[in-house]
Structure formats: C-alpha cells, structure tokens
Write a protein that binds this ligand. Structure first.
Ligand code: ZN
Length: 496
C-alpha cells in the first residue's frame, strides 16, 4: 500500500469516529433529555479515545512524514490534505501527553468556575484559573515554536496566515477611523420611535417566518434541517448534511431573524462545498475568518439591507399585523440598524461591534507579548471601554467576564470575528461590480448570489488558504479600507 493510501485509510476511520461524535453532539444540543449525559459522556469518551489514538498513531505519523518528504508526487489538493494533517498533528504531538491531559481537565474546571464567577460578578474567583490558562498557553506555544512573538502562533491557529503585523494594521485603522466615526454617529443619533422591536412576537409565528427565510435563501432542506437551541449554531458532517438552529425570544424577534440568517450564511457555505472534498479533511470552510465573512455577508450585507426588506417586509407584516401595524419599511430598516453604545459584544450592532473586538485584541496582545498580569486586566478592560465606546462598565459580567472564550483557552479567536466582517465588506465591493447585486436582492433572486459565492469561495472548501481565496474573489490581498468605507457609507446614509 502506498503512503497516501495508508494516510487516506486512517483518515477515513477518523472521519467515521468524528461523524458519530458529531451526530451525538447534535443530539446533545437539540433533543437529548437532561438526565442522559453521565452515561452518554462515558460512552462518547471511549469513541473520542479511539479517535485520539488514531490521530497519534505511529502509522499515521509515519505516513504523513514520508508524504511530506516526497510531496512533489502529490497533486495540490493532496499536498494540502497532508499539510493540514501535519499541522493538526503538531498541535498535539509536540506537547507532552501528561500536560495535555492536565490542561484539558483544568480547562473544563475553568469553564465551570467562569460560569459561577460571571453569575456572581466575582472576577477574583476566576482570576487564578485565568492565570493558569494563560501560563499553559504560553508553555504550549513554546513547545510548538521558538518564536519571540508567541501571540502570532495563536493568531495563526485561528486564521492561517494572519499575524500581529497584519492585525495591528487592521486594528489601528479601526482605532483611527472608526472610533471617532462611532462617536459622531452616537452624537447625531436622535431618539427613534422603535419600540416595535420589543413587542411580543409569538414563537410559532416566528418559526413560520424563519422557515420562509430558509426558502428565500434557497437553503437545501434535503441536505439539512432546522431546530431550536439555547445558542444558535450551524452543524455539519459533510456537504450533504448541514443543519442549523435558532432561538426564539418572544420579546426580541430580531434574534431569530438575524441570528437565523447568520447561521444560514454558515450553512449555505458548507452546503456549497464541492462534494469531491466530502471524504477529505478539506471539506469544511477555509478558515474562521472566511466562514464568518459569509455568515456576516448574509446577515448584514444582505439581511440588513433596504433592498431585502423592500421585498420581504410585507410577509413579516402579514405574519405580525398587530405588532407591526404602525411600522413602515423605512422605520423597520432603521430599527434593524440601530446603533447603540453597549457593554455586551454579542448584542452589539454592526457598527460598534469591531470596537468590542479591538478591546479584546489589544488585551490579548499585551498578555502574550508584554506579559501583562491578570490583576491588571479588569481595569484595562474598563479603561478601553471608556476610551473607545465612551461608557463606564458597572460590573464584571458586563465587562471582562462576559465571554466564554478565555475560560476555554481560546486566545487569538476574537480577532477573526472582526476580520470576517472586513472580508465581507471587501467581497461586497467586488460582487457589486460583477453582478447586479442590489437588484437581485430586490427581485428575490438570492440563489444567483449563492451561485456567485459558490463559484468564488464556497466550492473550494479549505483546499485554499484564506489569502488565496480573497485574491481569487477580489483580485487583491486583504485590505481593511473597504470595511471602513462600507461602514461609513452605510451609517452616514442612515444617521448623518
Ligand atoms: Zn458565526
């Protein structure tokens, strides 16, 4: 058997375990009764163990290393498959097994402690765990790389090819251009009559509208499905099984509509990946940033546009005649694009959102590169909130304790959220030149937009790197200026 056959054979087994684990996790998040978990986690840990043994088996490592040594015999996709496998392998293989297990135990603990700390507004309780997680992360970076810029290793883990130099340029631009612009908008903003937002919208009717949206966006129900969950998410095993969930809040209808369109964006991406990648490790989106660019493109660029609601507001109003009786499409459009200074990232509007990310980026950078102490973090957070959003944080749950990421050791993740929005803006200025984008939305022909995105982005799965995809789509490297331009155009038009 050739090395490549050996490699593929083991990968297929790994895929089989992953499929079982994924299906179980879908069930855990949507259907499973609450008492089933102790038994279930014991059974699943056996499957995970089998998967882990395959990933770290001698046979697998040997196959990868020998393929890397003779990579000129492989075609581009095969080369990429092997490179990706090697990268995944290094992440676990270079860290001593005992430390890896210990770290994962501690992380599970830290997440629980974080939940309570947030509930009780008690940063001191979480502090020792945060410190341990940071120390572990630093140590693990050192095992994997001898870089003097440790944060770069973490940034690259979440977005291949990105580093501090590029992110610094991006976030400096946000700081220089967007921070003053947001203040200008907030000062110009007048009190709008938008209390329709928080009226009561019965869950069953919201569901009907979300199902209507699945159709509008041409989501393929033969390859997917819709359920309800506490936190909306997209789930997939391969291009022919891509499902999503939404959450229905009766006094906040925007949650099911816009988080729904957001997840639809992730799901359409996965459904449109070329099926030749189904049986490989290239059958997923290209990166966190590119994935997020698609979900935000659908949610914000299409879903929060005037053109979209010019055609679909009538449907919404027919479902909620009482709740929307005094609302016209213009008022609705202003309501869905309302700008506000707020504490919580996940509730932030499209314009202020990147400032929340800017804060997290600067803090992470100083933790990993300047050795900032955990004691200093709450004040640093609050001071930056004041500086960039001009608000005073009143308690840790509205500040440093709000996000789950750090308790799970995910440093370097946040920047990809803002990067995704910036990619989306860059893609927007290209698509406008190539097809009649606004008219297609207004004529209810989103499938034409899907086709364009499929051909330029989705079909490749992760066979290409983010920077290669951006080059194919837009003809240039990542350029954050488009993002600033997009936000300024949209929000000047709305507010100035
Ligand atoms: Zn997303």
């Amino acid at each position: 058997m050739s090395d490549f056959d050996t490699f593929k054979g083991i990968q297929k087994k790994m895929k089989a375990y992953q499929t079982v684990l994924s299906i179980a996790s879908w069930d855990s998040n949507t259907e499973a009764p609450k008492d089933c978990f102790p038994y279930r986690s014991e059974m699943l840990s056996i499957i995970s163990g089998e998967h882990f043994s395959l990933t770290t088996s001698k046979e697998y490592k040997q196959a990868i290393n020998s393929l890397l040594a003779q990579s000129e015999d492989l075609n581009d996709n095969q080369k990429r498959e092997v490179e990706k496998a090697k990268k995944g392998l290094d992440k676990i293989d270079k860290i001593p097994k005992g430390e890896y297990i210990e770290y994962n135990k501690m992380r599970t603990m830290a997440q629980r402690v974080w939940e309570d700390a947030k509930e009780n507004d008690d940063f001191e309780a979480f502090k020792p765990y945060l410190e341990k997680i940071i120390n572990y992360q630093k140590k693990m970076v050192a095992y994997r790389s001898d870089t003097d810029v440790p944060y770069n290793v973490l940034l690259d883990d979440f977005e291949e090819g990105m580093n501090m130099e590029k992110y610094d340029e991006f976030f400096d631009l946000i700081k220089e251009e967007l921070v003053p612009f947001v203040q200008e908008i907030l000062e110009a903003k007048e009190k709008e009559n938008d209390d329709f937002i928080s009226r009561n919208y019965p869950k069953e009717t919201q569901k009907e509208f979300v199902e209507y949206l699945l159709d509008v966006f041409d989501y393929n129900l033969d390859r997917g499905g819709l359920k309800e969950s506490v936190h909306p998410f997209t789930w997939n095993t391969h291009s022919k099984d891509v499902r999503l969930t939404v959450r229905y809040l009766e006094n906040f209808v925007f949650s099911s509509i816009f988080a729904g369109i957001h997840e639809l964006g992730h799901a359409l991406y996965e459904q449109q990946i070329d099926e030749v990648f189904d049986m490989t490790n290239l059958g997923n989106g290209a990166s966190m940033g590119i994935h997020e660019s698609q979900s935000r493109f659908y949610e914000n660029v299409i879903g929060r546009s005037k053109e979209f609601w010019n055609v679909h507001f009538t449907k919404l109003k027919s479902l909620f005649p009482e709740q929307l009786k005094d609302v016209n499409v213009e008022a609705f459009y202003r309501g869905i694009n309302r700008v506000e200074e707020s504490f919580i990232r996940v509730e932030a509007d499209e314009l202020t959102y990147p400032l929340h990310i800017l804060i997290r980026y600067e803090i992470e950078r100083s933790i990993f590169n300047e050795g900032t102490n955990v004691d200093e973090l709450p004040d640093m957070w609050n001071q930056k909130m004041k500086q960039y959003l001009n608000i005073d944080v009143d308690k840790p749950s509205n500040g440093i304790l709000q996000d789950v990421h750090w308790s799970g050791g995910m440093f370097g993740y946040f920047p990809t959220y803002a990067l995704g929005s910036a990619y989306a803006a860059q893609i927007y200025y290209t698509i406008k030149e190539e097809i009649d984008f606004e008219s297609l939305i207004e004529e209810d022909k989103i499938h034409k937009i899907n086709e364009w995105l499929k051909e330029k982005i989705h079909c490749f799965g992760s066979s290409l790197k983010p920077e290669q995809i951006l080059k194919i789509v837009t003809g240039e490297a990542f350029n954050p200026k488009y993002y600033i331009r997009y936000l300024k155009e949209k929000y000047s038009d709305l507010y100035l």
